[in-house]
Unconditional design. Structure first.
Length: 396
């Protein structure tokens, strides 16, 4: 999907950063170590669990009570009752060892309004989205805007003072899982200059088609997406296969990240599919494979075969879900192969709870974002088309 392999993104030129709200982000460097914060505040605080919050996407609660978020769109949502709310966010090792273009970007919403939009450029940062002298009841949502490969962040246990409390927001009537690449991540959507390259600061999953589709359908979502990755190969500029960048390799894991959950690698943790069983799984993979396959029939056949095997993995872990395979936003050359994979899978397994859907390629008049990725206008159009198809297929 990218114009270069994810692994090669070590020296990036773009220096565009999303700024945080001054009223919500501490301007002072917090040199407090993670262990000190956990000891002094976290142990007295409330860990975010399924009992007191809606956990969004694949999250990982470690022994210290920090809720780690890796994948795009992951996070937590809860109803807060109280006067003051402080949220402590811990960065992973990338903040200390990696380039700033790889720092995590997050958002905090209060009653649907984004009050924090920030890059995690310190080990621990404090946000105070609710402050006042009068008790209020507000819905608070913490969302990872950037993707998993580059970095992760953790939500530390929350101190609830003065009788404050939190409880989960209500589950939505439908559940969707999106499996994809940079398009699903919202790569470059905040940088409408196609000659610019990758930066997590210009990724915003909430402006991408998948998040928009879930919102339009009133559905909860989970996403497993990594920029530049595919079914049998990651993006390649010279025709060399990148088999290490295959989504199927890590789909059954928590995530894949060059950062991590302190000393725990995201890719070393098995994902418990029992935690989230979607009504619908949407797979949007093939744009990166196309850079490798092109018109080579042998390679295209390998893509079809790899897709069929991945469908078996998806079905094994989501036995009752409808599967919808889509492709086309950044090019639809492999869409006939997607249709073939669906047909071959159904013929082999007898599973007919699956279909394919063609998404229209982006149009020049709708603009281009960084590395020639879709603009929010394109994402919105794709979401509208996908929403209509899902309503037709699912009867929602």
């Amino acid at each position: 999907m990218k114009k270069r392999s994810v692994i090669m993104l070590c020296a990036l030129a773009l220096s565009i950063f999303a700024t945080g709200c001054g009223k919500s982000v501490s301007d002072e460097k917090d040199s407090t170590s993670s262990s000190q914060v956990t000891e002094e505040k976290g142990m007295k605080g409330t860990r975010l669990t399924e009992e007191n919050a809606k956990l969004i996407g694949r999250t990982y609660l470690n022994d210290e009570g920090t809720l780690w978020c890796a994948l795009s769109g992951s996070g937590a949502e809860f109803e807060f009752t109280g006067k003051n709310l402080d949220i402590l966010i811990e960065s992973d090792k990338v903040t200390s060892t990696g380039p700033r273009e790889h720092y995590s970007r997050l958002a905090i919403y209060v009653d649907g309004e984004r009050v924090v939009d920030d890059m995690l450029n310190d080990n621990i940062k404090k946000y105070s989205p609710i402050q006042g002298d009068t008790e209020v009841t507000k819905t608070v949502k913490i969302v990872k805007l950037s993707e998993t490969a580059m970095s992760c962040f953790g939500i530390l246990p929350i101190n609830l003072e003065g009788g404050a409390s939190i409880k989960p927001t209500e589950a939505k009537p439908h559940k969707i899982e999106f499996i994809g690449d940079s398009i699903t991540c919202g790569y470059g959507v905040d940088d409408e200059e196609p000659t610019h390259t990758f930066a997590t600061s210009t990724e915003d999953v909430t402006k991408a088609y998948a998040y928009k589709t879930a919102q339009a359908l009133g559905a909860d979502y989970s996403m497993f997406s990594i920029s530049g990755w595919g079914i049998i190969s990651g993006w390649t500029g010279d025709g060399t296969q990148h088999p290490e960048q295959q989504i199927p390799l890590y789909y059954e894991k928590q995530a894949f990240s060059y950062g991590g959950f302190n000393d725990v690698e995201a890719q070393s943790v098995d994902w418990d599919f029992g935690r989230y069983q979607p009504d619908l799984v949407v797979i949007n993979l093939g744009t990166n494979d196309e850079s490798y396959c092109k018109t080579d029939e042998e390679k295209r056949a390998a893509y079809v075969a790899g897709y069929v095997e991945f469908l078996k993995t998806v079905r094994k872990n989501n036995p009752d879900s409808r599967i919808l395979c889509v492709l086309g936003i950044m090019g639809d050359a492999l869409y006939p192969c997607v249709e073939q994979a669906v047909a071959d899978y159904s013929a082999e397994t007898g599973d007919t709870n699956i279909s394919a859907f063609h998404l229209e390629p982006q149009k020049p008049e709708d603009g281009l974002a960084a590395d020639y990725h879709p603009t929010e206008t394109t994402h919105t159009k794709a979401a509208e088309a996908l929403t209509a198809e899902i309503k037709s297929v699912m009867g929602w």
